[in-house]
Design a protein around this ligand. Sequence first.
Ligand code: NDP
Length: 435
Amino acid sequence: KLRNGHEPEFLQAVEEVAETVIPYIVKHDIYYGKNILLRMVEPERLISFRISWVDDSGEIQVNRGYRIQMNSAIGPYKGGLRFHPTVNASILKFLAFEQVFKNSLTTLPMGGGKGGSDFDPKGKSDNEIMRFCHAFMSELFRHIGPNTDVPAGDIGVGAREIGFLFGMYKKLRNEFTGVLTGKGLSWGGSLIRPEATGYGTVYFAESMLNTKNDSVEGKTVVISGSGNVAQYAAEKVIQLGGKVATLSDSSGYIFDEEGIDEAKLKFVMELKNVKRGRINEYVNKYPNSKFVSGKTPWEVPCDIALPCATQNELNESSAKLLLENGCICVSEGANMPSTKGAISAFHNAKILFAPGKASNAGGVATSGLEMSQNSLRISWTREEVDDRLKGIMKNIHDACIEYGTEDDGYINYVKGANIAGFVKVADAMLAQGIV
Ligand code: NDP
């Protein structure tokens, strides 16, 4: 706290882990007295750099870029890049810290990292995005590599940005390697990578519901966000026979009582990914729906809630509203979308609650599969990748049960994910000595 008191998001993420992991450390001699958590909360390396670029009007713009190389005990640093005006060291450190545990949970050999910039992609032309990405990579390239650090996308960084970033890396290094994941299919990308985070979040919800002999089929599902994760979470819910009632962006949410079906979702994907429009345009196309400005969708009655937008978007009062309205399952697609108060409310009500580091791990897991395919120089089929993704999500669920089942039988997925993620990284750090 003394060292990181000015970084609220990072402290929030660390406290959540510490509360569940410290009691475990105290009971296990191999970890006790080694200051292992103290070592884990300090990034191995934090890189901050200037990005200068020229906008369409010829003016020089300056942004700040970061890469947090958090932990490389079990593999090269791995984690996304976020372009959003709110990006700062605290947010990226919380994301990098969570990433270490998440990547460990996938059982693939990946360390944890995260990066990005306070650059705001909204309203920028394709050319401005390209110039910014090229400027960003002209510094980042010296810190990353297929065996060192392999970035991917996150908020504001999708297929278009990964393309521009990869182009500049390849030019500067004069090599074609799997240095980024989320690449296009014709140049090293993996099938199912765009879908993986959203699909995985719903697979995890399905596994949780299965423990109660229940399933997604026939359930009303409220989703926040309308970006990559939200879109494919919605697609999987529809495929499994659930009804998607909402989507949102930072200006508000749309509520479609009839349900957002495949055709309507296709419209949303075109609107967000190609036209780069706003979610409120949905009501112009589907007038039976409504747009609620400036609010989050948690006030809409549902069985399942999937927060897929951003951190701390679901607070304690929203959690209580969800519970009052009968919500039985929350699976986080975003990173740390529920506040501490919201998580306590879910736990007190003993509903099914999955923290992002478990439920949204499908994205980075499939990035890990993309790295494997790049190293082998082969491409697996859609079915092969999806089967592996399903298997990984099931294994993460099993690990949460192993480490998170309470005496009364309630599965505390937060505790389970934190301890299962911790054990593998801690064991590797201990084996490698004090470095
Ligand atoms: P996108 O940029 O594709 O979409 C982000 C969505 O969230 C947009 O609808 C955006 O609305 C909304 N949003 C962003 N910031 C805010 C905010 N402050 N308040 C309200 N809404 C907001 O990002 P992704 O879908 O990739 O990422 C969403 C979440 O999932 C993030 O937490 C990310 O870290 C996490 N995640 C993503 C993975 C991936 O593979 N992409 C993997 C694992 C986790 P608007 O357009 O108005 O900003």
